[in-house]
Design a protein. Structure first.
Length: 364
């Protein structure tokens, strides 16, 4: 793994995810998730299988129409869900009906009706605006995604040249010489050679295939790369090479990376900040070092306890902490939300936990 360098990520926000909800019928795959990614930083998004990491990434690149919330890229809203506006309309209608049923009449009822209609008109306006923004596709080529085995789903009869150039062709590039030049440039950038352009994906090893996947993304000159478990299928030694490559490109191209992984040890050295997801919720978010030094949420502690260390003495004593939400939290009355416990360190917690975490941080 690369040495952790403190890359100066700017304070400029490149990506802002605001109250993102992505529901698949009853399944709240992503439920009210908010975070920002600064220009130039690597933001690690971790959590175990099924916690909603992939869905978050896909929602950002608009593979889904999000249920609710907003996604901003360079200040422009590129994805918007209409759910929360619809829920507000329902709430206003229900409140009015309840008032009417309770026997309220005359001026009071008239006022309530007026209020209800105002809420409905405003929310309908928001729905229209969200739908207009959702249709806009402008920012999307500035964001590219890298998958676990990025060329697995591609037609095996396509050459590496065609695979890498596909995005350029779709974007309207017709000049074959220019396309070839770009393909050779990015092949070299990712540690391959121009002779590879005429070959087929099956001729390459897993690590090389991932390099082709990276080339396919960077050829579009993106500002943001969403790397979804890009090294999970690779041997540990190859994992380090691919991470080093991404780290190198990040410096050379000034890239910003949203790095999705299920394993905290993979993101530790590479990420400036880390967000931990559990069952559709972001449960903790902090600077990478801070998260490892002062993990607060019991789920983060459980993930950390699963990381093996190359120290036999520690390994003998290491105990995997299991996270059992019902044992850890009582959210029946005191409800949780995502709160800032220390500057830049956020935890999903209720009032009682918030007070306890604050105390804990004081002792650190
Ligand atoms: N298109 C879909 N339709 C219905 N349910 C979906 C869809 N995509 C994901 N889900 C469900 O949403 C939840 C979150 O899935 P997601 O793939 O985002 O999690 P993940 O943390 O990335 O997991 P993995 O590491 O296994 O990809 C899961 O319960 C999954 O079954």
């Amino acid at each position: 793994m690369p040495e952790k360098k403190n890359v100066a990520s700017s304070q400029e926000t490149l990506l802002k995810v605001e109250h993102l909800c992505q529901y698949f019928k009853e399944n709240k795959a992503v439920d009210d998730v908010s975070f920002e990614v600064k220009k130039g930083e690597v933001f690690g998004l971790v959590g175990e299988s099924g916690c909603g990491k992939t869905t978050t990434g896909r929602s950002i690149i608009k593979l889904y129409n999000i249920t609710s919330g907003n996604v901003y890229f360079k200040g422009e809203r590129i994805a918007a869900g209409t759910g929360s506006y619809k829920w507000e309309i329902e709430k206003a209608k229900k409140a009015y009906t309840a008032l009417k049923k309770s026997g309220v009449s005359g001026e009071k009822l008239k006022d309530a009706k007026k209020k209800r209609d105002e809420v409905i008109a405003e929310q309908k306006k928001q729905i229209r605006l969200a739908q207009e923004d959702q249709k806009r596709r402008r920012a999307v080529t500035d964001i590219q995604m890298i998958f676990q085995d990025p060329i697995a789903s591609i037609d095996p009869r396509m050459t590496v040249r065609q695979i890498i150039a596909e995005g350029l062709v779709i974007r309207g590039e017709k000049d074959q010489k220019k396309i070839d030049e770009e393909v050779y440039r990015v092949l070299e950038l990712v540690g391959l050679v121009r002779e590879h352009a005429g070959r087929y994906p099956h001729e390459f090893s897993g690590g090389q295939r991932q390099r082709i996947g990276v080339a396919r993304a960077v050829v579009m000159n993106p500002e943001l790369i969403i790397a979804d478990e890009p090294v999970s299928a690779l041997d540990v030694s190859i994992q380090a090479q691919v991470i080093n490559l991404l780290d190198d490109l990040r410096h050379k191209m000034g890239l910003t990376i949203l790095f999705i992984a299920h394993d905290l040890s993979v993101v530790k050295y590479f990420s400036d900040r880390i967000g931990v997801m559990y069952y559709g919720k972001m449960v903790e978010l902090a600077d990478s070092d801070e998260l490892f030094k002062h993990p607060l949420h019991p789920y983060t502690r459980s993930l950390l306890s699963a990381i093996p260390l190359p120290d036999p003495h520690y390994e003998k004593q290491r105990q995997r902490i299991t996270y059992v939400p019902l044992k850890e939290h009582d959210y029946t009355v005191d409800k949780p939300s995502f709160r800032e416990v220390a500057p830049g360190h956020f935890v999903h917690c209720n009032d009682a936990e918030f007070a306890r975490y604050k105390e804990q941080m004081k002792g650190n």
